[in-house]
Ligand binder design. Structure first.
Ligand SMILES: NC(=O)c1ccc[n+]([C@@H]2O[C@H](COP(=O)([O-])OP(=O)(O)OC[C@H]3O[C@@H](n4cnc5c(N)ncnc54)[C@H](O)[C@@H]3O)[C@@H](O)[C@H]2O)c1
Length: 309
């Protein structure tokens, strides 16, 4: 029998995972975190959770499931950088494919009620012909990262079909907010802000007109909490349907930081999607979720956080 009140969060030392841990603790869950600290940080980890420093792709993890018997698994641990996935695709696949399979296999074996899988709407659709893209659009990733996250989705669905393990897949747009360190999928805001705050010029890759859908981390956490009781065996886009270009973001941060130099120009990076925004109407209908934090407000708060940390 699973412990109703125990939630396992993989990647709980990371940007999104650490906010989720805080919210689950606030909701009175007992929270167990698995993280290898490859991109996550000790300082992000809430001291009220049980933290286990393990690599989900390599270390023994079965004993954790056996001992803790979580009823919920929030699976966020991943190699989360598109750029790194191209330079080291094997490590990317180890964490994102093999690591995911090991988590799901143990979830099945130890009676987990539901797995909530953090996937990507920013990197899974490639360049869809129509925007905002909805969940029925084919997944044609342009990067190793997008492909490895898609494999994770497919294993999740396979275990539902074979073993009745319940899931919800959440495909995030580019997530931003406090604690983001610039390594992950949508690091443009913290990268630009930290450089400009220290008087250094950031690099804009390609023409800077590439556009992204930015969703605030607090809205992403709300989607995860909604998925505890809703959206069984479904996939949802979690985004805003709006877009901001890299050039626009550069200008907004420049204004905020009173930076007075121009950006450096870099080559377009292979694997980077040019334009993406997500249609979230399915999440609105079935998870009763919609984004609440306006981008301008969220960006100001994030910049203030970066300045003071
Ligand atoms: N940030 C975004 O814009 C975004 C967008 C779409 C999807 N996602 C997904 O959301 C999840 C969280 O992303 P994030 O932005 O918080 O990234 P993050 O890099 O801050 O968090 C990932 C965490 O997983 C840990 N980790 C990585 N490999 C591991 C392994 N083999 N074993 C144990 N722990 C491991 C890292 O140390 C880190 O703490 C990821 O699954 C990512 O693919 C993020």
């Amino acid at each position: 029998m699973a412990n109703e009140n125990t939630a396992l969060v993989t990647g709980g030392a990371g940007f999104i995972g650490s906010h989720l841990v805080d919210e689950l603790l606030r909701l009175q869950y007992r929270v167990v975190v698995l993280d290898n600290l490859s991109s996550g940080q000790l300082k992000n980890i809430n001291s009220a959770c049980v933290f286990l420093h393990v690599d989900i792709a390599k270390d023994p993890i079965e004993s954790v499931f056996e001992k803790e018997k979580p009823s919920l698994v929030f699976h966020l641990a991943a190699q989360s950088s598109v750029a790194k996935s191209a330079t080291d695709p094997v490590t990317d696949a180890q964490s994102n494919i093999l690591g995911t399979l090991r988590i799901i296999e143990n979830a099945k074996k130890y009676g987990v009620h539901k797995i909530i899988y953090s996937s990507t709407g920013g990197a899974i659709y490639g360049e869809p012909p129509e925007l905002p893209v909805d969940e029925s659009s084919p997944a044609i990733p342009l990067s190793h990262y997008g492909l490895s996250k898609l494999h994770g989705e497919q294993y999740t669905k396979l275990y539902r079909n074979l073993y009745k393990l319940k899931y919800t897949i959440l495909r995030y747009a580019n997530v931003y907010g406090p604690r983001q360190d610039g390594n992950g999928e949508a690091g443009v805001i913290p990268i630009f802000a930290s450089l400009m705050l220290s008087g250094k010029q950031p690099t804009i890759y390609g023409d800077g007109n590439q556009k992204r859908d930015f969703v605030h981390v607090h809205d992403v956490i709300k989607a995860n909490i909604a998925a505890i009781t809703k959206g069984d065996n479904q996939t949802f886009n979690i985004g805003t349907s709006k877009m901001h270009s890299v050039n626009q973001i550069y200008e907004l941060i420049k204004e905020h930081t009173s930076f007075n130099k121009e950006a450096l120009q870099g080559q377009h990076r292979p694997g980077d999607v040019y334009e993406i925004s997500l249609d979230y109407s399915k999440a609105q209908r079935e998870l009763e979720w919609s984004p609440e934090r306006a981008f301008e407000q969220g960006l100001q708060e994030t910049l203030q956080y970066i300045e003071t940390h």
